[in-house]
Design a protein around this ligand. Structure first.
Ligand SMILES: O=C(CO)[C@H](O)[C@H](O)COP(=O)(O)O
Length: 255
């Protein structure tokens, strides 16, 4: 085994009103990590034609607010207060994916709240990633870098090879923003390139992962699997978690 599988149900698909119970249920069913999507409205690209009417109205109200006072409403989904509350109920690894334009602003609060991993986007950290990674580590979290589907994989190489390197690369396999989208198989070229260059690196994939797409991701070399709708939407979530794990294990070269 070169890298161990980490199955991370995306809590974006859970029942937010029962977050602590949902987290416990996932851990009891065999989840290694809990994936937490921290989103800021201005980061997410939204196709209004494909969006629920209530969300369109929320977005337009927020946009109006933005025009009035110069900033967007900060969190569309989960923020540090939710991480802090959840941390009181679980000792699980909280794998936090920051879809925000200024990740530096959130390092201290996420560390204090009890986040375990802090994954920021390379697209918004080209200038200051070294300082950012150092701060994440000082705040007691494990640094990771994510890339959107349109970002070339080469952009994360310096962060993996830096003096203070990131410890995980998250390859987005959908446009970030919403659960339940279709897996982009062409993102597997990025995963393959990363696995070839970095045999022991944690490589995470996120978006559209489930029984019908895990084989492609595992064969390409992904070992950390985020899955939202396929896990929470299944009649037997535990079976999906164990199928995802088995696929990653089977794809690993034996030493
Ligand atoms: O990061 C995300 C959205 O930005 C979600 O974690 C991701 O889409 C997982 O959901 P699903 O497995 O339903 O696609």
């Amino acid at each position: 085994m070169v890298v161990s599988p980490k199955i991370a149900p995306s809590m974006l698909s859970s029942d937010f009103a029962n977050l602590a119970a949902e987290a416990k249920r996932m851990v009891d069913l065999g989840a290694d990590w809990l994936h937490m999507d921290i989103m800021k409205l201005s980061f997410v690209v939204i196709d209004l034609n494909d969006t629920e009417p209530f969300l369109v109205s929320y977005l337009l109200t927020s946009l109006l607010f933005h025009l009035q006072d110069g900033h967007f409403v900060p969190n569309l989904t989960i923020g540090a207060p939710v991480i802090e509350s959840l941390r009181k109920h679980t000792s699980a690894y909280l794998d936090c994916h920051l879809m925000v334009t200024n990740p530096m602003d959130y390092v201290e609060q996420m560390g204090k709240a009890g986040a375990s991993g802090f994954t920021f986007h390379v697209e918004v950290a080209k200038e200051n990633w070294q300082e950012l990674v150092s701060k994440i580590k000082s705040a007691g979290m494990r640094p990771g870098v994510a890339l959107k589907p349109g970002t070339p994989v080469e952009e994360v190489y310096p962060l993996v090879e830096g003096e203070t390197p990131v410890e995980m690369v998250l390859v987005m396999t959908v446009e970030p923003g919403f659960g339940g989208q279709k897996f982009m198989p062409n993102m597997m070229d990025k995963v393959r390139a990363l696995r070839q260059k970095y045999p022991t690196l944690d490589i995470e994939v996120d978006g559209g992962l489930g029984p019908s797409t895990i084989e492609a991701a595992a064969a390409a070399g992904a070992n950390c699997i985020v899955a939202g709708s396929s896990v929470f939407g299944a009649p037997e979530s535990g079976k999906v978690i164990s199928l995802l794990r088995t696929s990653v294990e089977k794809a690993q070269p034996t030493t």
